[in-house]
Design a binder for this molecule. Structure first.
Ligand code: ADP
Ligand code: MG
Length: 365
């Protein structure tokens, strides 16, 4: 299966009403779903560029519609043992955080709270249908990558070590060493943790005089299903990437060079990885940033959904074109859909972080 890449065009904000809209959704043929994004060439307004995606969502798309179409169908796969990754890519101000986290009102809730709600509901159903033979456990990790350093968002910012947490490869997956994990019983539990962690993120950014849109936020939901001595574990990752804008340009889209700013390196590496994969290169430069190691596009087994967030305004023109260029190439990335092995339980050992260690992989049968 390929990475599924969909584009979402955000509506105009109140202060933007009446401004020039240059991004439009279109379809390949009459009666077909929207799959094309059209935008004029910056050099020649009469010329129009078209970018094809697996799906395109117009300005009026609600949070529920997006979730139902793109994420809800994969919750079943998650419980079948597949890892699911959903990430939002795009320029700052295009709706990544709105898409992933969303607002507080029920209708405005984003992919993450809806995903958790579905996971809890399905987990309860599985436990009930098994007459208690199967138990389902949900645990949360939440961290950010800032300047290629990993920080645990479930720990208070005061406890951060300046160098961040290291990564390690384990069972062909990249894991964050020492990351905390919190058990979550229900949506209330989750919301409490999530709000606290997002506050940690803001506090930490403020201390560094940085903006939280300069870091990648990664939420990891681990689902563990236990039946007798059989344990099936799978994870859903929801990632709100840092803004993909070229910092050498001003917000107005003028090509003014700002000396001190550099392009966020990890996003540059991500675009290089996407290019290398879509060209069929042998060498993919994953290891050149922590974010790309964690994302492991095309390397991880399971389902990956990339949501490209777009603002339809002319003021975003050049950055929009560059993000369309990167993401429309990502469609060609192949992902192997392989379920995680079932493992047999060893006597659990609990480490200081409160996470359970000692689950050993053994081939099934
Ligand atoms: P990003 O995380 O990409 O920087 P945000 O999610 O913060 O962007 O969105 C920028 C602004 O646009 C916010 O005020 C947000 O509430 C609003 N917004 C984004 N997408 C939508 C949408 N689909 N519907 C309504 N408002 C949106
Ligand atoms: Mg944001």
């Amino acid at each position: 299966m390929s990475v599924r890449v969909v584009a979402r065009i955000r509506p105009l904000l109140d202060k933007e009403l009446g401004k020039d809209v240059i991004v439009h959704a279109d379809r390949a043929e009459e009666g077909k779903p929207l799959t094309i994004v059209k935008i004029p060439s910056p050099k020649n307004e009469a010329e129009e560029f078209s970018f094809a995606f697996n799906g395109v969502y117009e300005m009026a798309t609600s949070q529920e519609e997006l979730f139902t179409a793109e994420v809800a169908p994969h919750v079943r796969s998650l419980f079948q043992g597949l890892d699911v990754t959903i990430f939002a890519y795009g320029v700052t101000g295009t709706g990544k955080t709105h898409t992933m986290r969303g607002g507080l009102k029920l209708a405005e809730r984003g992919v993450i709270p809806r995903l958790l709600s579905n996971v809890f509901r399905r987990g309860k159903k599985i436990a009930k249908d098994s007459n208690g033979d199967t138990t389902v456990h949900v645990a949360l990790s939440y961290y950010e990558i800032y300047n290629d350093k990993v920080f645990d968002l479930l720990e208070s910012p005061e406890k951060r070590t300046p160098s961040g947490l290291p990564l390690r490869e384990k069972d062909s997956k990249t894991v964050v060493v020492g990351l905390s994990e919190r058990s979550c019983e229900d949506l209330k539990d989750f919301e409490r943790l999530y709000i606290e962690a997002n506050n940690n993120r803001i506090t930490a950014a403020t201390k560094l005089n940085a903006h939280s849109s300069g870091s990648h936020a990664i939420l990891r939901v681990k689902v563990t299903q236990t039946t007798g001595d059989m344990v099936r574990e799978s994870t859903a990752s929801a990632i709100d990437l840092a803004g993909s804008e070229d910092n050498r340009r001003t917000e107005n889209g003028k090509e003014r060079l700002i000396e001190s700013a550099a392009i966020n390196k990890s996003l540059f590496v991500l675009s290089q990885c996407i290019d290398a994969i879509s060209r069929g290169d042998k060498r993919i430069p994953y290891r050149e940033s922590k974010m790309t190691r964690i994302l492991s596009l095309g390397q991880n087994n399971g389902i990956t959904i990339m949501i490209l967030n777009l603002a339809p305004l002319r003021s975003y023109h050049l950055d929009t074109i560059s993000s369309l260029n990167v993401s429309s190439r990502a469609k060609r990335i192949e992902v192997r859909e392989i379920e995680n092995e079932i493992v047999f339980k060893q006597p659990p050992r609990t480490n200081s972080a409160g996470t359970v260690a000692g689950l050993k992989r053994q081939p099934l049968r």
